[in-house]
Design a protein around this ligand. Structure first.
Ligand SMILES: [Zn+2]
Length: 177
């Protein structure tokens, strides 16, 4: 949904968060680990938002452990139902509109923003780098950027995104231990 805002963070944003695990460990998350190829082997086995919208809750839970903040409220960009604010060197903040919405819509919005989180990890938290996922021709033009094209095209693919977040978490834990 969003253009990503990259900002330097203040020290206050570090307090009370799991960011202290550190940037170095997350840098171990190389591009290869976020490729879709692994999942292409079993595409039909991966649940979509339209199958099981409550997967979004697991995504939020895993995201929080990783260091992504999540809140309901007013998204940071006018006219958007959700935004991800990427911070330089740190995982950022997802804001989801508090307007009434169906579970499926909510799931897609959350999946969309977590795709931006994966792109942020892919950019070593210094930028938001496309994952290299295949998108239909014309998507770049339609959605304005490679980042948005990936997020819109795959926003129904909740379980795949959840699995990638779990993978990111396991890499982060490996690096800490
Ligand atoms: Zn977006």
């Amino acid at each position: 949904m969003t253009k990503i805002t990259i900002k330097l963070i203040s020290l206050i944003l570090l307090l009370g968060s799991s960011y202290l695990i550190g940037e170095r460990s997350l840098n171990a998350l190389t591009n290869d680990r976020l490729k879709l190829e692994y999942f292409h082997e079993t595409p039909v086995n991966n649940l979509k938002c339209t199958d099981q919208p409550l997967i979004a809750n697991e995504m939020i839970a895993i995201g929080k452990i990783l260091g992504v903040k999540f809140m309901r409220g007013r998204p940071l960009m006018e006219g958007k139902d959700a935004t991800y604010k990427a911070l330089h060197g740190r995982l950022g903040l997802i804001t989801l509109s508090d307007r009434a919405m169906s579970e499926v819509v909510r799931c897609k919005l959350i999946t969309h923003e977590f795709i931006h989180v994966l792109q942020h990890l892919n950019g070593d938290l210094k930028g938001v780098k496309p994952l290299g996922w295949v998108v239909p021709q014309g998507s770049l033009k339609r959605f304005g950027s490679a980042q948005e094209a990936e997020a819109y095209v795959y926003q129904n693919n909740a379980e795949i995104v959840l699995k990638l977040l779990l993978r990111a978490l396991s890499i982060q834990q490996e690096a800490v231990n």
